[in-house]
Design a protein around this ligand. Structure first.
Ligand code: SF4
Length: 338
């Protein structure tokens, strides 16, 4: 059993325009000691999927189906108070903007100490020692002195490290990191990614990492889950997905990356409306390979690509030849009215 097993999770929001199916039947696992990256364009549902694990974004939304098994217990069935214990305890969240996670009127140390004492029986002195140790582990220089600094006395990179220290304070098993390096410059981003990798090894943490940046995925992920319009399109080991992407959406995303040996492209078209997603494959309106079967029924089933690597695309089923996905775009588009 994995540390986290998300199965067929559905999260919906009611709006004046209709019901938004932000997450619509998503499944993935996270094991201890690994980093799983949820990737996709803005609006693909990856942040809502993460926040749904501990119902951070619910209300105003609701879990409309599925389960979130964490160490064997279904989090969707826990009471609000038990869920609060899990959130910030065994499951910690790190967000994009460290400013929003740190209170400017308290020192960094006071905030880490509070996080420690919320979930552990440490005395104030013990918690202060632990706070200094955590600051040291996340690479803050002179942690014994800097523990008494206010957030504004830290640089942006140090603030994000302090937020990670605060998240680690209660000894979590799972860290959910939503675009934690997006606001940082490239050098600091690289050092925070290195730090997270080290912490995974040191604490045997499971990490669920949300990003739209495939360059970051290549740096940190063990496994990748590609989301589009509230659905998972492809999942597998990072090398399998990057070296041999199966799903046309993943292929298009990777072609947008610089340095892939071909001209960078943008993906034509836009995400379908989350209140009225199309039948069939959610990607079919933008897919040059779409055939009649892609436009009706449900999202195609997951088909194996190779070991542990799966794609939700009809071309990997028995009736189609996946080799045809390698056809040039003009050929594929000529076929698209099948
Ligand atoms: S070929 Fe069909 S099923 Fe596969 S990605 Fe394109 S539209 Fe979706």
């Amino acid at each position: 059993m994995s540390l986290l097993e998300v199965r067929n999770l559905k999260t919906q929001f009611d709006t004046d325009e209709g019901t938004v199916r932000a997450v619509d039947g998503v499944s993935f696992d996270v094991d201890r000691g690994e980093v799983v990256c949820l990737v996709g364009e803005s609006g693909s549902g990856k942040t809502v999927a993460c926040e749904s694990l501990t119902k951070l974004s619910v209300p105003p939304g609701r879990i409309a189906g599925g389960s979130v098994l964490f160490d064997g217990a279904d989090l969707t069935e826990l009471s609000a108070s038990r869920l609060r214990d899990v959130r910030g305890g065994r499951i910690a969240h790190v967000f994009q903007n460290p400013q929003g996670s740190l209170d400017p009127v308290y020192t960094v140390g006071e905030q880490i100490i509070e996080a420690i004492r919320l979930h552990r029986d440490d005395s104030k002195a013990e918690a202060r020692e632990r706070a200094i140790d955590l600051l040291d582990r996340v690479g803050i220089p002179e942690p014994g002195t800097r523990v008494d600094d206010y957030p504004h006395e830290f640089s942006g990179g140090m603030r994000q490290r302090a937020v990670i220290a605060m998240a680690l304070a209660p000894d979590p098993d799972l860290l959910v990191a939503d675009e934690p390096t997006t606001a940082l410059d490239v050098t600091i981003q690289a050092s925070v990614l290195r730090l997270l990798r080290e912490l995974v090894e040191e604490f045997d943490l499971g990490v669920l990492f949300v990003t739209h940046d495939l360059g970051v995925v290549a740096e940190i992920a063990d496994r990748v889950v590609v989301m589009y319009a509230g659905k998972v399109m492809e999942r597998g080991g990072v090398h399998a997905v990057f070296d041999d992407p199966a799903h046309p959406y993943t292929r298009a995303l990777l072609r947008c990356l610089p340095g892939r040996g071909e001209a960078m492209e943008t993906i034509g078209g836009t995400l379908p409306p989350a209140t009225d997603p199309p039948d069939g494959c959610r990607f079919h309106e933008r897919c040059p390979h779409a055939v009649g079967d892609c436009r009706t029924g449900e999202q195609p089933a997951f088909h194996p690509v190779d070991n542990g690597h799966e794609a939700s695309c009809v071309y990997y089923g028995d009736e189609y030849d996946e080799g045809e996905l390698d056809a040039p775009a003009e050929v594929a588009e000529g076929r698209s009215d099948d």
